[in-house]
Design a protein around this ligand. Structure first.
Ligand code: ZN
Length: 380
């Protein structure tokens, strides 16, 4: 994934900079050198720990640029209701949906800013690096029913200043969707966030074409996420403002829908697309990036190389981490994964299984598993 110090667009998404018989020298949690084994082996001395990854694919660690990883309870009841034919919107009107998770998450303790505090704690106590985003405007809470203006005012005047002063989030997001927060509400929240130094991201055009993509462009948002309903006009607006689209095929799949975002058109328009899981208990209950790679290649017309660029280097840039992670280059964090396959395309091709054999963050092995045997991709 080595290349220019910016996200990949157009045909660059295909350029993975693969090194056959490669090796990587790591020290102090950083990548020191990457190249062919024949050259790198000259640096091996008696102090060097050698990790043999022969026959495997070594790649940058996946960067998941859109998740909702902290929640109380789960929504397995709704999963069955949808299996019986109810829609996501029907369930939300009946008191389910985002509201039901919010109620359980709130009940789990007393504090509005709890989710962000949990993320801060996860950053200290786990090996994963979380980038916190404030999504106070996700659904109007029941106590503000029919008073959504007042809720928006509460987000702007009370929550955002508290979050900014405690530095609990880097970004601010809004669920811009009919029945949730319209363009005017979303604009109020995101402008206030910008004033306080929180950069905007937007859940845009997921269920309806409601102007979210254009709003993202108008505000200079870092990303516009979902975009299932975004059309050519919206794509042009995103391009004009250099907004990165974050595509979340897991939610289309898990809601049993068939309209995936127009990834091909976005790539052809020159957008630096990102793929992410949208991991959450309602619409995308999976943290599996390989599953997103499969969906991108089977449902969205992307090729494996494009999909991999979208979950590594491009995802890293969308979170302001492009100089640290997302590619295996000297000077970056030694965040990498050894995949138990001989060809990178197998990660998207064999779906529903885990390919990662060992995961390293800052040079330390944090997850290892026993390898499984799969047939190599046929040569014919
Ligand atoms: Zn989301």
């Amino acid at each position: 994934m080595a290349g220019p110090a910016r996200p990949r667009v157009g045909s660059e998404l295909n350029e993975l900079a693969i090194i056959e018989d490669g090796a990587m020298l790591v020290a102090g949690g950083k990548i020191v050198n990457v190249g062919r084994y024949a050259d790198i082996k000259l640096f091996i001395d008696s102090e060097t720990e050698v990790v043999d990854a022969q026959g495997c694919v070594v790649m940058p660690g996946f960067v998941d640029a859109h998740t909702h990883p902290v929640f109380g309870g789960n929504r397995v009841e709704e999963f069955e209701m949808r299996a019986r034919g109810k829609s996501y919107e029907d369930i939300a009107r009946g008191g389910g949906g985002i509201q039901s998770t919010v109620a359980k998450t709130r009940a789990a303790s007393e504090d509005e800013l709890k989710i962000l505090r949990v993320i801060r704690r996860l950053n200290k106590e786990t090996e994963l690096n979380y980038i916190p985003t404030f999504l106070g405007a996700h659904a109007v809470p029941p106590e503000y029913k029919d008073r959504s203006d007042e809720y928006v005012q509460c987000v702007v005047e009370q929550m955002l200043p508290a979050i900014a002063s405690q530095k609990l989030a880097k970004y601010c997001d809004v669920f811009c969707e009919s029945g949730y927060f319209d363009v005017a509400d979303a604009k109020k929240v995101l402008l206030a966030a910008k004033e306080l130094g929180l950069m905007p991201r937007i859940h845009a055009d997921q269920l309806t074409r409601c102007g979210g993509a254009e709003l993202a462009a108008e505000l200079g948002a870092v990303t516009a996420d979902h975009l299932e309903q975004t059309d050519t006009t919206g794509i042009k607006a995103l391009k004009r403002a250099n907004v990165q689209p974050v595509l979340l095929p897991g939610s289309v799949y898990a809601l049993g829908k068939s309209k995936y975002p127009a990834a091909r058109e976005m790539i052809e328009a020159g957008l630096a697309i990102v793929l992410a899981t949208d991991f959450n208990p309602g619409s995308s209950p999976t943290p599996s990036i390989p599953m997103m790679l499969s969906l991108a290649c089977t449902q969205m017309g992307m090729v494996p190389a494009e999909a991999l660029s979208a979950v590594t280097v491009n995802a890293a840039y969308s979170l302001g981490l492009g100089d640290r992670v997302g590619s295996l280059q000297a000077g970056k964090d030694a965040d990498f994964v050894i995949h138990d396959c001989a060809d990178y395309r197998e990660i998207a091709y064999f779906f529903g299984i885990e390919h990662a054999q060992a995961t390293y963050t800052k040079g330390a092995k944090v997850i290892a598993r026993r390898s499984q045997t799969l047939p190599s991709a046929p040569s014919s």
